[in-house]
Design a binder for this molecule. Structure first.
Ligand code: COA
Length: 157
């Protein structure tokens, strides 16, 4: 059973990694799908986000990181996957996530979404927050995987 965890990952954070690690215990194979995402204006381009996500997940054996554009439902169909994973940080996420899950189910009838609650320590975290701290020369080391911190430290010099 292959499940898909998709996101923009601009950049991947410890909150995302926490969801991926926990999903990797529950499911035999996780595809982490990095969206090209033309609706957001990412700090990192698509190839950089894929590379950073790959480096951050390299120690988790049953995870494969890929890039994609287009509809998530089409990606799921092409992998024969019937399950999407999404993290829920708190009640603010719920309406939007249910809407997304229902929409994806309309686009591909057999496609369902499993929600994992984020761990308490990461419930306030988002990629936007990481970028904000970085732009103001703050230290993001505690919020992101080492590969991301290394690149941000280099960029900031
Ligand atoms: N830890 C840390 N941050 C988390 C998190 C967690 N556990 N869970 C969610 N987030 C953050 C994300 O980093 C993101 O933060 P940001 O806005 O600061 O970048 C935010 O919560 C969620 O953003 P959202 O835009 O909802 O999701 P996403 O960027 O992670 O991914 C896609 C969205 C890629 C899954 C969605 O746009 C998609 O499926 N695109 C393909 C086109 C498609 O099929 N659309 C749906 C049908 S129209």
């Amino acid at each position: 059973m292959t499940v898909i965890y998709a996101g923009t990952f601009d950049p991947i954070t410890n909150g995302h990694l926490d969801i991926i690690q926990r999903a990797s215990i529950l499911f035999p194979k996780i595809i982490v799908a990095v969206a090209e995402n033309t609706t957001k204006r990412p700090l990192f381009d698509h190839q950089q986000r894929i590379k950073l996500t790959q480096e951050s997940c390299k120690d988790i054996a049953n995870v494969e990181v890929i890039g994609f554009n287009g509809l998530l439902a089409d990606l799921a169909k092409s992998y024969g996957s019937k399950t999407l994973i999404r993290g829920i940080r708190g009640s603010d996420d719920i309406d939007y996530e249910i809407q997304l899950a229902q929409l994806n189910n309309r686009l591909l009838e057999e496609l369902d979404t499993v929600f994992l609650p984020s761990s308490v320590e990461w419930r306030y975290l988002s990629s936007t927050m990481v970028r904000e701290i970085y732009f103001h020369q703050g230290d993001v080391a505690q919020f992101v995987p080492l590969a991301v911190n290394n690149v941000l430290t280099q960029l900031g010099k």
